[in-house]
Design a protein around this ligand. Structure first.
Ligand code: AMP
Length: 284
């Protein structure tokens, strides 16, 4: 039975009641749950005595022209999926519960959050770090699980945890994909049939660059050119970025060195923006 908690006070009381059972694992989400989210619940359940998820579509991380209003909110289905996955509790707050009128304190990470999505979505990571710190303060988990699909988000949160001495361990879960390679995303449901058919080219572009890496190519410009050329063959796809960056700092590289690299792509199909990434060498 998944207990549904709406207020901070309810979460705190619940936390006090379960604390003696052992470690608390936390999976923050924006809902519209799919197998990627559920893999993080499974990961948390392996390590935690008690697992709590949150569903909160965080207005602070959406830009003015982005999809906050139309973001899917299938809450009845989400609760059923969390139940079936064995989640102990769900924090399901309203916006007013988390953001008071006149809130004027925010968390800003200034290095890892600047390239890639930070460059094309100004303010996005400020919204992410602020809500994640707030959720950590409310839930006070021993660890929290985040998906490698949002690798930059993982890196930004890990840096925040390190820099602000937060007593939370961050665990990364592998990317869950459709059979044709498309990374699962709540936004995939926006895609038309034609766009859905084109979307696996995003992953294919990463695989093409990886094949070149495996064959010995180490120049970032050459790897990126290979990836971009795969996407350019798909008229339904508009490229946002296709970058070869350091897997830790996310700064762009000239050549892939001994630390390996993250190949990162963001692309739009109509107004739907999707991201994906791949680490080289594999298993990094
Ligand atoms: P979201 O609801 O999009 O904010 O995602 C909530 C969490 O699920 C984040 O940590 C995401 O990185 C993770 N996630 C989203 N899609 C996937 C996926 N395809 N595989 C693994 N984790 C994912």
């Amino acid at each position: 039975m998944t207990i549904i908690l709406h207020s901070m006070a309810e979460v705190r009381a619940w936390r006090t009641a379960v604390a003696s059972a052992g470690p608390i694992g936390f999976v923050p989400t924006m809902g519209a749950l799919h197998a990627g989210h559920l893999s993080l619940i499974a990961l948390a359940r392996q390590r935690a005595a008690t697992t709590i998820a949150s569903i909160f579509v965080n207005p602070l991380q959406f830009g003015p022209a982005e999809d906050l209003d139309r973001y899917p909110r299938p809450i009845v289905q989400d609760i059923a999926l969390l139940e079936a996955a064995g989640t102990d509790a769900l924090f399901l707050p309203e916006v007013a519960e988390l953001y008071r009128e006149g809130a004027s304190t925010f968390v800003v990470e200034e290095a890892v959050s600047t390239p890639l999505c930070g460059a094309t979505r100004p303010g996005h990571f400020r919204g992410v770090t602020t809500i994640v710190l707030k959720l950590f303060n409310i839930v006070q988990p021993d660890f929290a699980a985040f998906g490698q699909k949002d690798a930059q988000q993982c890196a930004v949160i890990e840096r925040m945890v390190r820099d602000l001495n937060l007593p939370v361990e961050i665990v990364r879960g592998a990317i869950v994909r459709e059979a044709d390679g498309l990374a699962l995303s709540s936004r995939n449901r926006y895609l038309s049939t034609q766009q859905r058919r084109a979307a696996p080219a995003i992953q294919a572009s990463l695989q093409a660059a990886r094949a070149a890496f495996d064959a010995g190519e180490r120049r970032a410009s050459a790897l990126a050119a290979i990836g971009r050329s795969v996407l350019q063959r798909e008229p339904a796809i508009t490229l946002d970025y296709w970058e070869v960056c350091h897997p830790g700092t996310l700064q762009s590289l000239d050549n892939v060195g001994s630390d390996g690299a993250m190949l990162a792509v963001a692309a739009c199909l109509g107004s739907t923006r999707l991201i994906d990434n791949l680490l080289v060498p594999p298993g990094l």
